[in-house]
Design a protein around this ligand. Structure first.
Ligand code: SF4
Length: 332
């Protein structure tokens, strides 16, 4: 069996824009626009970008919580986009998600014990006694006390609720967890506790993570590789080390310049990007970043740069690295 747990090819999620009394399709919001990547077993793969770049849509599409428009999603070699809804429901035992705000996904009328038991009951796992024992173990694994199981979601802090969200995701012993901004809503001190917990659980259960975040400082501590997204596309993907030491894409360089430097002796120049992120309903022609790029060239306004391997395992979509690429291969 391949050591790749997940292989994504040409994933797209387009939303039609309908107008007029005939409700005709006049265009598309290209939330995710033809992205490909793979994630090895036991790896933590980061998806990073500003709000609206398509990272959360990608995360949800991978689990088919929203249906992709096109593309292949191979999980353990099987293209799950072809599964029926019932087959997908069974497959989803192995692919779980942790949300940014678990509170909104925790039923306020149920105790935590009941919430953690629910996925096992739905999937018919064990009998009542076995499920109760599993729930107590889950609580223990994420650092909650047995007494917490009788309480309701509103009785917990943000950090505790995220522990509950993680415990619920673990209930069916998944292989892959998509963590969608799992620490963005938490205080900085609590963020590191949750990240440490995720890392401990990864070692204990051999989990694979897709970790979604809007800034590069969070993923630095947990990811093995990172993909940077802009307007629905991956613009750079490489190992965490290469990304932080030798970032290539001007957008990645700008994001990194905004990450606070803990060493006061190191001075960093902040790269301020001009303008707002364009709408994915009306993405610029050529390089989608050209309207904000400090290094824009004429070619960037007309020709979309392909994602090319520029160094061992380092892929970048930018004309600064495609000087020798024939234009005929890169036209939109
Ligand atoms: Fe900037 Fe051009 Fe590279 Fe796009 S292709 S990131 S506009 S230099």
């Amino acid at each position: 069996m391949s050591d790749m747990l997940l292989e994504v090819h040409g994933l797209k999620k387009y939303y039609p824009i309908r107008k007029g009394i005939m409700n005709k399709v006049r265009g598309y919001v290209k939330a995710v626009d033809d992205i490909s990547f793979s994630v090895a077993r036991g790896e933590t793969f980061g998806l990073v970008g500003e709000s609206g770049c398509g990272k959360s849509t990608t995360g949800r599409s991978l689990l088919r919580l929203i249906e992709p428009t096109a593309g292949e999603i191979r999980f353990e070699g099987e293209d799950i986009t072809r599964l029926s809804l019932e087959e997908m429901r069974k497959r989803r035992r192995e692919m779980q998600i942790v949300f940014q705000d678990p509170f909104s996904s925790l039923d306020p009328r149920n105790t935590i014990g009941r919430i953690l038991e629910e996925p096992m009951r739905v999937h018919g796992t064990g009998d009542a006694r076995q499920r109760r024992a599993a729930v107590e173990r889950l609580a223990d694994v994420v650092g909650l006390a047995k007494s917490h199981l009788q309480r309701y979601p509103h009785q917990f802090s943000g950090g505790q609720r995220q522990r509950i969200g993680i415990a619920r995701a673990l209930a069916l012993q998944p292989k892959l967890i998509v963590a969608d901004e799992p620490v963005s809503a938490l205080d900085v001190s609590i963020q590191s506790q949750v990240i440490n917990l995720l890392q401990d659980l990864q070692s204990e259960f051999g989990l694979t993570y897709i970790f979604i975040a809007h800034d590069l400082s969070v993923v630095k501590h947990i990811c093995d590789r990172v993909a940077v997204m802009y307007l629905g596309r991956i613009v750079e993907v490489t190992s965490k080390r290469q990304l932080y030491v030798t970032p290539q894409h001007p957008y990645t360089q700008a994001l990194l310049s905004a990450v606070p430097e803990p060493d006061p002796n190191i001075r960093k120049e902040r790269i301020i990007l001009r303008g707002e992120v364009p709408s994915p309903a009306n993405a610029p022609v050529g390089c989608a970043f050209h309207t904000r790029c400090p290094r824009v060239m004429e070619v960037c306004r007309n020709v979309r740069p392909p994602l090319l391997e520029t160094d061992g395992g380092h892929f970048t979509a930018c004309h600064l690295y495609t000087a020798l690429t024939p234009v005929s291969q890169t036209r939109n």
